[in-house]
Design a protein around this ligand. Structure first.
Ligand SMILES: Nc1ncnc2c1ncn2[C@@H]1O[C@H](COP(=O)(O)OP(=O)(O)O)[C@@H](O)[C@H]1O
Ligand SMILES: O=C(CO)[C@H](O)[C@H](O)COP(=O)(O)O
Length: 507
């Protein structure tokens, strides 16, 4: 840095834990991403619909990526650290050691992943109670939320897990605890996935009614009785042990975390759109819908007053943008569905060979192949006879029906690369139609949406983005910074450091 009067640059680290990988970024005070690293994480599927991970493996991956992004930086200039993650359930005993979430008793696998659907019977019973907390999750609780998973553990792993458990964390809260030793939970996780109310706290009658009265009896110490807004500074910051693990200095500010979709939403929904001719320019931020699309997709819309949308979660107050109500629609698998359709096709090995030969990703290759075979017609004409119903992992929104299955109509005997490319296109179109279906439900309930903002892994796929624009009839904004979710995580660190007064950048 030149010039004696200039203040040294301040940096923030954001860590984002998705279903498939962990990413970290170094971000400067202007919100510009300066370094990025990613690392895959392990996944186990011991039975159909049982998906597990290891909190130790996830933490080790967080350490690898954080060390990479701060390489060559004066660590004294790093002011804050923020985490976001998918809402997997982490189980630890009273001494904070991992406990098994599986019949095999493998305590290394102590995380029930977000997309796990083991707790079907439990969620059906929870929904039959018609308890008033269900109003705030679109009327129907999802099998992916925490209450059914906790009940499953109590009913199925009483001795090896439930009776020994001391702490049940949402993954974002596990990460902030691991960094600081503070067990306070983020309001974002508890409100959106655990039935906590920002105004009224826990509802004893709900937990008693569903058979988890244990939490009431010990004043919710296992699931969180200290709750902080996202971005709040935790304890004394990074502990010496965590600092060593992450390659940072002890004591730097660590923020109460956010769910991944909410970090992405925060990263894009307030984008400065001046000069791009977008319809939302000069309009209230409530006319924007942030769509965070990775392994699954989340549709985040905000409003000044609470809006109840059947089959769409929320309204949640201040869970993403302070002072606004949030509704969250979602599709249970999207990126994973595209991967599943493409990788399961007979022509997949041929696709891999051809894409590698051209040094392209399989999706870049498929997109250019579709361009080739569509000839002079719009690409959509390729699928007039082939249709996909995308609910292979149930329908999260707006039907809120986990029993739904996927369908493909119009299959032929051919199994060549053209056939694979067209099936891929039909899958992308089906997902985009699912987004339209969610938007229609939100608008019918009172939202007024004019523009979509996409982020997450799938937003790097131009076909996916184009199909969303064509099928919804709305312009799609992409942030200049591709890794918007990570910017959202770094914003938390910036807020916790005290350099910014709010998670709304610039304030
Ligand atoms: N460059 C790309 N082109 C097309 N698809 C991509 C690209 N990058 C990631 N994806 C897709 O995005 C999905 C993963 O997104 P990501 O945001 O990394 O997920 P998660 O947060 O769940 O780990 C995968 O299904 C992958 O195929
Ligand atoms: O509940 C969520 C957001 O509210 C999940 O964390 C999100 O849907 C998972 O994202 P991904 O599967 O892409 O990692």
């Amino acid at each position: 840095m030149s010039g004696g009067e200039q203040k040294p640059e301040r940096y923030y680290v954001g860590v984002d834990v998705g279903t498939g990988s962990v990413r970290a970024a170094l971000v400067d005070q202007g919100g510009v991403l300066l370094a990025f690293a990613d690392q895959p994480i392990k996944k186990w599927e011991p039975q159909f619909n049982h998906h597990e991970q290891s909190s130790e493996d996830i933490w080790a991956a967080c350490c690898v990526v954080t060390k990479k992004v701060v390489q060559g930086i004066d660590l004294n200039q790093i002011r804050g650290l923020g985490f976001d993650a998918t809402c997997s359930l982490v189980v630890l005993d009273k001494q904070f050691h991992p406990l098994p979430v599986n019949q095999e008793g493998d305590s290394h696998r102590n995380v029930i992943m977000w997309l796990d659907h083991r707790a079907v019977s439990q969620v059906n019973r929870i929904n039959e109670t018609k308890h008033s907390v269900l109003q705030y999750v679109g009327g129907v609780m999802s099998v992916e939320m925490q209450a059914p998973k906790l009940l499953w553990l109590k009913e199925n792993l009483r001795e090896i897990c439930w009776d020994k458990a001391g702490h049940f964390f949402d993954l974002p809260d596990f990460l902030s605890w691991k960094a600081t030793g503070v067990t306070a939970r983020s309001l974002c996780s508890l409100v959106c996935k655990w039935t906590y109310s920002a105004e009224k706290g826990w509802d004893d009658s709900f937990w008693k009614m569903i058979g988890l009265e244990d939490f009431v009896a010990d004043n919710y110490s296992k699931i969180g009785n200290q709750v902080l807004p996202p971005g709040a500074s935790l304890g004394n910051g990074l502990t010496p042990e965590a600092a060593r693990d992450l390659g940072l200095l002890p004591g730097i500010a660590v923020a109460a975390s956010l769910i991944d979709a909410h970090a992405g939403g925060l990263g894009v929904i307030g984008a400065d759109v001046r000069g791009h001719g977008l319809i939302c320019e000069g309009q209230p931020v409530t006319s924007r819908l942030a769509v965070i699309c990775g392994t699954s997709s989340c549709h985040m819309g905000i409003s000044k007053d609470p809006i109840f949308v059947p089959g769409v979660w929320g309204p949640y107050f201040s869970a993403m943008v302070p002072g606004f109500w949030l509704n969250e629609g979602g599709q249970s698998v999207t990126g994973k569905l595209i991967d599943h359709m493409v990788q399961g096709h007979a022509a997949f090995p041929e696709l891999q060979v051809k894409a590698t030969a051209r040094c392209q990703s399989i999706y870049a290759y498929l997109n250019s192949h579709l361009d080739l075979i569509k000839k002079a017609q719009p690409v959509g004409f390729l699928t007039v006879d082939l249709h996909v119903w995308p609910d292979f992992h149930g329908n999260r929104s707006p039907l809120a029906d986990l029993t739904l299955k996927g369908m493909v109509t119009g299959l032929k005997l051919s199994q060549d690369l053209d056939d694979l490319a067209i099936l891929y296109l039909a899958t992308v179109q089906a997902i985009a139609l699912g987004t339209r279906f969610i938007i229609e439900a939100m608008e019918a309930a009172g939202h007024s949406i004019s523009t979509l903002f996409l982020c997450g892994g799938l937003s790097k796929n131009p076909l996916f983005v184009q199909m969303h624009a064509d099928i919804t009839g709305m312009p799609v904004g992409l942030s200049q910074e591709v890794e918007s979710v990570l910017v959202g995580a770094a914003v938390l660190g910036a807020c916790a450091s005290g350099d910014f007064a709010s998670v709304q950048w610039g304030k």
